[in-house]
Design a protein around this ligand. Structure first.
Ligand code: ATP
Ligand code: MG
Length: 268
């Protein structure tokens, strides 16, 4: 202490008060910073949770696509393809109809997409391609073998898509479950049998648990069978497929003079 100087009691109590106030303000600031940090952390966490994209309606780990959705996709994509074949002038042959090129929205509205390989059919003569394009498992036999291209090769590919919707199987299986055959080869005898006996158990996707409209299944099976006919000219036009799928004409109309009830109807 400096000799001759002693702080008055009032100035020392002011100092103490100042220190207390200072400590209180400092403590308050620290608490405020901590609270703000906590609020920011909680907000960020919540935002991250809100930002999460909603789970995809279909795909791995998701429930099986129900029958009504499959039917909707079949009708929607058949209409799209019918538009290209029957309403466009000159008509358009898509050349790469397959499941991956049919886009669906959250309500299962289907859109035929990916026109990278599409060809405009300028004349009615059969076009012969120099290079066969498309995707294995979906290629019509006459197009794969000789490059002969008509809209009926799209119809064949569409038949394969229908088979995928019916069976839940892939057109070509890497695990060789079809013993070197394709989905079409595997399904052909089953299609005939299913239509003759009106029994779709061996054909329908097992994951559907028999939960499907039998009439609709019969219509889709009849369309698939007619679309994958080996002989191109015996395949139906897409507008016929649309009408059968929608139940506006009878599946027997797809047989165009082929004896009904004959087992070759669906395999020729
Ligand atoms: N606009 C789109 N919106 C959502 N998915 C899409 C879109 N375009 C393509 N896809 C999906 O992305 C994937 C890849 O499409 P992409 O067209 O590249 O290949 P692909 O159709 O499998 O084969 P390809 O090369 O013969 O067209 C497919 O599963 C397809 O369904
Ligand atoms: Mg594609």
């Amino acid at each position: 202490m400096t000799p001759g100087f002693s702080p008055s009691p009032s100035s020392s109590s002011r100092l103490a008060t100042g220190v207390v106030v200072g400590v209180a303000i400092g403590g308050g600031v620290v608490v405020l910073v901590l609270v703000l940090t906590l609020i920011c952390f909680l907000c960020k966490k919540r935002r991250r949770r809100d930002d999460k994209t909603p789970p995809a309606p279909i795909g791995k780990g998701r429930p099986t696509m129900e029958w009504s959705s499959r039917m909707k996709i079949a009708v929607g994509s058949a209409k799209g393809l019918s538009y290209l074949h029957e309403n466009c002038n000159p008509k358009i042959i898509h050349r790469d109809i397959k499941a991956a090129n049919i886009l669906i929205d959250i309500k299962f509205e289907a859109k035929v997409a990916d026109f990278g390989l599409a060809k405009i059919a300028l004349d009615t003569n059969t076009h012969v391609s120099t290079h066969v394009m498309g995707t294995f498992g979906y290629l019509a036999p006459e197009y794969a073998a000789s490059g002969k291209l008509t809209e009926k090769s799209d119809v064949y590919s569409f038949g394969v898509v229908l088979l995928e919707l019916i069976t839940g199987r892939r057109p070509v299986d890497a695990n060789n479950v079809y013993a070197d055959d394709s989905l079409v080869d595997w399904a052909r005898p089953l299609l005939v049998q299913a239509l003759e006996e009106s029994n779709f158990e061996g054909l329908a996707d097992i994951k559907l648990n028999n939960e499907y409209d039998k009439e609709e299944m019969a219509r889709m099976v009849a369309c698939a069978a007619a679309c994958v006919r080996h002989t191109a000219r015996r395949r139906p036009r897409m507008d016929q497929v649309v009408r059968v799928l929608e139940g506006n004409i009878s599946p027997s109309d797809l047989n165009q003079g082929i004896t009904p009830g004959h087992s070759n109807v669906y395999s020729s």
